[in-house]
Design a protein around this ligand. Structure first.
Ligand code: MF3
Ligand code: CO
Length: 291
């Protein structure tokens, strides 16, 4: 006999609650939002309880990797040394580095120094020196589930102005995070990021943003950090994405390395910073999955 679908059935998200008391409410709100031309997440982007558990396990590795980088990174190391550290730690914990061979990326992690905005390719020729500001962007696959986060590291004596860029960029991420809540808008996140960056005299990279994540490395939605409030995708519990603005000390303009096809630099050669966290929208606001 076919099971009758009633409003008493348990929600698809695995919360254990009746659908009507869980995503049923959000499905109603989404229907109304679509009518007014809003973007809403497809059902497949809403992570179930079991998927979120698997993503947290993946993130345990990603977090441990970045903690280890923080203990070891110092002047005189090469960015290739960082790559080795990331590869070994990820493997030791049973994961796979997501960047390795991703669309032809040749290494296990992105390491971007000073005026490199993102996607720096580790190299035995690139030696870290006193005063450098370094972004290490790690991503892990565990049992098919992805995690992704990045942090800035200051090597030795960093100039006060570069230190401030690093700190304000972190603040930008958390200003954005405060906007993550059910029935909020993705555009609120980017607007909060840009406001804080501008207030501090910095600019925000426009062409590269964050992304949905979980079952794939890069899922919908694309996350802009120069968005307008009350625009973009409606935030629904279970939607998971990264907040990872690239903040430039000078102009927002960037270019990509023609030889390697990957590394992005600031046009004016001034420094750029980035922090990345991976978050999921919850019933009450947000949860940070990776940092
Ligand atoms: N970790 C980056 C991100 O936040 C992606 C890097 S793609 C790679 O999306 F191939 F360069 F690793
Ligand atoms: Co990312």
């Amino acid at each position: 006999m076919l099971k009758r679908i009633t409003l008493k059935n348990k929600c698809f998200c695995g919360s254990g609650l009746p659908y009507s008391q869980c995503h049923g409410r959000y499905d109603e709100a989404m229907k109304a939002a679509v009518k007014t031309g809003r973007q809403v997440p497809k059902r497949s982007l809403i992570k179930t309880k079991a998927q979120l558990e698997a993503m947290r396990d993946s993130a345990k590795i990603n977090i441990a990797v970045l903690d280890l980088v923080g203990e070891k990174i110092c002047a005189g190391m090469t960015t290739e040394d960082i790559d080795r550290l990331v590869f070994d730690k990820t493997k030791e914990m049973g994961g796979v580095p997501a960047p390795l061979n991703y669309e032809g990326f040749p290494k296990s992690v992105c390491v971007s120094v000073n005026s490199e905005v993102c996607h720096g390719i580790p190299s035995p020729k690139r030696v870290l020196k006193d005063g450098d500001i370094v972004n290490v962007d790690a991503s892990t696959i565990l049992d098919g589930f992805y995690s992704d986060s990045s942090r800035m590291y200051c090597i030795g004596n960093v100039s006060p102005e570069n230190k401030r860029l690093v700190e304000v960029t972190k603040e930008c991420v958390y200003r954005g995070l405060e906007k993550v809540k059910p029935l909020g808008y993705l555009g609120d996140v980017g607007a909060a990021v840009e406001e804080h960056a501008k207030k501090n005299g910095y600019s925000v990279v426009r062409q590269i943003g964050g992304h949905g994540i979980g079952l794939e490395f890069h899922e919908d939605p694309w996350v802009s950090f120069v968005s307008r409030p009350r625009t973009g995708m409606l935030l629904i519990p279970g939607l998971c994405f990264t907040i990872e603005p690239m903040i430039n000390m000078g102009s927002a303009r960037i270019y990509t390395d023609k030889k390697n096809g990957w590394t992005v630099y600031t046009q004016d050669g001034k420094p750029s910073a980035q922090w990345e966290i991976m978050v999921v929208v919850t019933d009450t606001g947000y949860e940070i999955i990776s940092y």
